[in-house]
Design a protein around this ligand. Structure first.
Ligand code: ADP
Length: 272
């Protein structure tokens, strides 16, 4: 198997509030993400998904354990710039990620910060806007765009940095169905072209895109496998109160349906 692109090695993390109270969130989490994987992270609200995703490019560092991005330890502040060029993050609110009054300036922002020469900048902006289907909007003010278009501009800003991996933390949760589809199409294409994708999501249509699903509960990984394997664990999903009917729809959606599993679900009146 290929060398891991991200190695999460026994990490534990707690928040400290007012220098006193601690909130333990992640407990001894270990897994590898390999180049080109498409990983969906799911779990209840408060289970630690967002906290985990902030570790992938060193926004947070664990109290215990280590994270390596392409072999670089996120604990090393001197490596953070390089790490953040390799792993781009897209968050929930596109408005918080847009900083300029013209789309192309917004995409250029990160490039200016890392000192990309003007001669190369245009080519990178062209490439990034093309990749997200926003070339026609390059001179528009971002605040005139729809939520899905803004999120595509935010992704273009990251793509311009030529990352190896994009982490989407509930990046479509503020979008309507069309906006979500827009982003899914872009992300699917990026993954087909070889980019590593990690997505934190509540939407089963997004989970269906992934090649691997990680289920987090109370800061620990409770399931990790291909979507079909995960959603065949319906006893455990029940215990976790993750939605089995949705899971069965998902299994259909991804054309990996198992007749035995379907019979079982029908028997239990779980197919809606
Ligand atoms: P999820 O993404 O699965 O909803 P989070 O990682 O956002 O979970 O949160 C996990 C736990 O950490 C929750 O109990 C949440 O209240 C707590 N938490 C998140 N951010 C902070 C913070 N900045 N300070 C203190 N506690 C936090």
């Amino acid at each position: 198997m290929s060398k891991p692109f991200i190695k999460i090695d026994g990490i534990s993390f707690e928040y400290t509030i007012n220098n006193q109270k601690t909130v333990p969130v992640l407990q001894n989490v270990t897994f590898d993400v390999h180049p080109g994987e498409y990983v969906a992270i799911i779990g209840h609200n408060g289970s630690g998904k967002s906290t985990l995703s902030k570790h992938f490019n060193g926004i947070l560092t664990p109290q215990l354990g280590d994270i390596f991005v392409d072999g670089l330890n996120t604990r090393d502040g001197g490596l953070l710039r390089e790490i953040r060029q390799k792993v781009g993050m897209v968050f929930q609110h596109p408005d918080n990620q847009i900083v300029s009054t013209i789309v192309e300036d917004d995409v250029a922002f990160g490039l200016e910060n890392i000192g990309v020469p003007a001669s190369e900048m245009k080519a990178r902006i062209d490439f990034a806007l093309e990749a997200v289907g926003m070339s026609a909007f390059r001179n528009r003010p971002p605040h005139h765009l729809s939520g899905g278009q803004k999120q595509r501009v935010a992704i273009a800003g990251i793509l311009a940095m030529k990352p190896d991996c994009i982490v989407l933390d509930e990046a479509t949760s503020m979008l309507d169905t069309y906006g979500r589809r827009d982003i899914l199409d872009v992300v699917r294409k990026l993954n087909n072209d070889g980019m590593t994708i990690i997505t934190v999501t509540h939407h089963m249509s997004e989970v269906a895109e992934a090649s691997r699903v990680i289920v987090i509960e109370k800061g620990q990984i409770v399931l990790d496998g291909a979507p079909r394997e995960i959603f065949q664990q319906h006893e455990l999903l029940h215990q976790l109160q993750l939605d089995v009917p949705v899971a069965s729809q998902l299994a259909r959606l991804i054309h990996k349906y198992d007749n035995e599993y379907e019979a079982d679900l029908i028997h239990n009146n779980e197919i809606v």
